[in-house]
Design a protein around this ligand. Structure first.
Ligand SMILES: [Zn+2]
Length: 307
């Protein structure tokens, strides 16, 4: 087993896929039950890391996977996966069935946010996935993990309208995708992740309130890792989202550059006040993409005024 893999509960593996060649940015999970499943594949460029990690666990064939949502840091490697394992199938929101066989439109939409050059360099190009390798999810669908163990797919919009979380009642683990936000290693603090065009506070809070009612031991985040204080983190995420919305609302029509600088120094100040160590703060600040957060919140506020 490679050093950067963490085993928890009896047979769940947290796999760091070195997104953008950095540790602690993107986790995929493998539930090695009687009928195993992979959760998230990560971006295209991370696919070799994912496969070598699985092979280090003695897993030489991955039969199926479940995707939390259609953002390319989560699903970019699917085309590579079905090319390597022809029988592999992927559980995904029905929009995935629409876009993944011909991913040009999805690629173009994401390029408008990140630029094509950035995407190609950092996450890698995506390959089409044949429709026969895709299965659309339904809310509350139960995926069989063997010996009576089930993984429940829970529709959870707010971060994205095509978002599912996955709940394993047996280990009381909720695989969160990006519904909660970001927690980088050593931080016990949730940084909001509220991209346009889908971020909607009321919808996201409804989702978080629903998830809060589950019997939980662990939250497994894509960015990043397993956490054993699920209820505190959900409360913390909601508080921080409220604060960010108020802050960005008060920036009014300040130029983008100015707004980005303002939120960056405000966030840094908040973290310093909490005595979070400098490395963790830098990790948050460097990876936050404040422009996307500002656009996501402004887009939500505009839609709220003019529904
Ligand atoms: Zn993500």
């Amino acid at each position: 087993m490679k050093q950067d893999i963490i085993k928890f509960d009896e047979n769940i593996y947290q796999i760091d896929v070195f997104m953008e060649n950095k540790p602690g940015r993107m986790s995929c999970y493998y539930i090695d039950s009687t009928n195993p499943i992979l959760i998230e594949v990560g971006p295209s460029k991370s696919f070799p890391y994912l496969i070598s990690s699985l092979e280090s666990l003695g897993i030489n064939e991955v039969k199926r996977s479940a995707m939390t949502h259609l953002h390319l840091d989560h699903i970019g490697g699917i085309g590579h996966m079905v090319e390597k394992y022809k029988e592999h199938f992927v559980y995904i929101h029905e929009l995935g069935i629409k876009h993944l066989p011909n991913p040009e439109k999805l690629w173009k939409a994401v390029s408008e946010v990140y630029t094509e050059e950035w995407l190609t360099t950092n996450w890698g190009e995506i390959k089409p996935t044949p429709i026969n390798n895709l299965r659309s999810l339904k809310d509350k669908e139960l995926i069989d993990l063997g010996k009576g163990r089930k993984l429940e797919a829970i529709y959870g919009p707010g971060h994205a309208k095509h978002h599912y979380t996955f709940y394993d009642e047996y280990s009381k683990t909720l695989f969160m995708g990006d519904t909660l936000g970001l927690i980088y290693p050593h931080g016990n603090f949730v940084q909001p992740n509220l991209p346009p065009p889908d971020f909607n506070k009321e919808v996201l809070f409804n989702t978080l309130d629903e998830l809060y009612k589950l019997d939980l031991n662990y939250l497994a985040l894509a960015h990043f890792g397993i956490h054993n204080n699920p209820y505190e983190l959900i409360i913390n995420a909601k508080q921080n989202i409220e604060e960010w919305i108020v802050f960005i609302n008060n920036l009014n029509d300040m130029s983008d550059e100015f707004a980005i600088e303002s939120i960056r120094s405000w966030v840094r100040g908040n973290y310093e006040f909490l005595n979070i160590d400098k490395n963790t703060i830098d990790n948050y600040i460097n990876n936050a993409n404040f422009e996307m957060q500002i656009n996501g919140i402004r887009n939500y506020l505009i839609n709220k005024k003019n529904p």
